[in-house]
Write a protein that binds this ligand. Sequence first.
Ligand SMILES: Cc1cc2nc3c(=O)[nH]c(=O)nc-3n(C[C@H](O)[C@H](O)[C@H](O)COP(=O)(O)O)c2cc1C
Length: 178
Amino acid sequence: MSNSIVVVYRSRTGFSQRYAEWIAEELKCDLKENISLTVNDLLNYQTIIYVGGLYAFGINGINLIRRNFAALQEKNLIVCAVGATLSTDDSLVKMWESNFTKEQRKKIKRFYLRGGFDYSKLGLGNKILTSMMRIKLKNVQDPTEEEQALLNAYTESSDFTDKTYIQPVIDYVQALTA
Ligand SMILES: Cc1cc2nc3c(=O)[nH]c(=O)nc-3n(C[C@H](O)[C@H](O)[C@H](O)COP(=O)(O)O)c2cc1C
């Protein structure tokens, strides 16, 4: 049974990788990094758990699931988005809507896991993007709680990962495969 579960991750600075490793360890299942994977690497599994970092609302590497959605119709699909902020319910709704169609959202069980922010591991492109976001946020008059949280998150390195956050994912998958 455990062979039919796979955790797939794409991580730039290590936070999604850590969650993916914790989940795979707990479920004693396969773990794959989403680098040059194709849908053929997923077809042998009945349950696919995708874990990816959030970059400007987009889940890193999620095209692997999105583009192959039709071929994965019969699978149990779970997606964990890993972000730096303690997102509000409203912003999470927007985030899921910007990543998946209504039909996809119905089929995919979705979780948000809080990651962190590690400026030192970002590539040049992301460092520039981060600086631009910081400047934009600093110029916001009367920032909302969410905007203030974003600004704080992009100013200092932080690590909010916590193994206990994976428990709802584990419970969900174990109930599926019980
Ligand atoms: C350019 C950029 C954009 C980001 N956009 C978001 C975002 O929209 N929402 C969020 O919660 N975190 C955002 N983050 C923070 C990352 O999602 C966070 O650092 C996450 O833990 C990265 O996971 P990874 O190391 O597995 O890639 C952003 C970070 C960068 C550098």
